[in-house]
Design a protein around this ligand. Sequence first.
Ligand SMILES: O=C(O)[C@H](O)[C@@H](O)[C@H](O)[C@H](O)COP(=O)(O)O
Length: 296
Amino acid sequence: MASLGLIGLGKMGFNMRERLRAAGHEVVGYDRNAEIADVGSLADLVAALPGPRIVWVMVPAGEATRQTVADLGEVLAEGDLVIDGGNSRYTDDKINGDLLATKGIGYLDVGVSGGVWGKENGYALMVGGAAADVERAMPIFDALRPEGEREESFSHAGDVGAGHYAKMIHNGIEYGLMQAFAEGFELLEAANVVTDVPAVIKGWQRGTVVRSWLLDLLVLALEEDPELDDLEGWVEDSGEGRWTLEEAIDNAVPAPVLSAALFARFASRRPNSSSMRAVAALRNQFGGHAVKKVAE
Ligand SMILES: O=C(O)[C@H](O)[C@@H](O)[C@H](O)[C@H](O)COP(=O)(O)O
């Protein structure tokens, strides 16, 4: 059984600690929230682990992760291994990996998929880094991923950065799939032909071409709220959809579905945008077409 330091005990890290412990691994968790942490500082976490250590970072992508990795570089020792399991941009991985390499500390980047269901169902993992480091962390990966064939929920995607690259593209696909289900849902509701939309969607769960986990989750959401009218149609994004499109542009790969899905999210946050006011104004100018005036 392995010993692991785990930094960041939010929605993901907290559940991962539970799953790893249930598999018999020793996990020392650190979080800024002392109520859920096992130790009070990074230095305490390092002291509590037998060397050579493996420390998994599960904090928000960007500055928080970069800073945590830099801090770990100050307290870990040669031969230790850092794993970034957050949704970092893949270009951060080379910076983090190179920084730690100067101190003889290994680095792996891991795309982790599964959300809040991962504690029970397991997390799919896509890993970037050196093969020897991947092998060393394999008992941890095996405990985190779903039971069954390793190849079906785990991949060593390539060198440092490849794990997060794979996760970024996974999330781009996620945007497109969700948008497709969402547009189908709205169309089913639009014409009053289908009288029980939730029943139709539920009836797609077995046997259809579009059966999938996202469809199952839509069924669950519709069981709670059949017309989803408790929700505002407002959708945030955390960055990976944007990065996916930047890759599409850099590599001249057409990605119309993924870009439409990302832009649909932007549109969801600006119901009275100046762009659509401009379209209304132009249509009115050239054709005298009706416009809707803001109420006094
Ligand atoms: O595979 C997953 O488990 C999810 O993709 C997970 O990583 C997270 O829910 C997304 O990062 C949300 O991304 P957005 O905020 O960009 O929708």
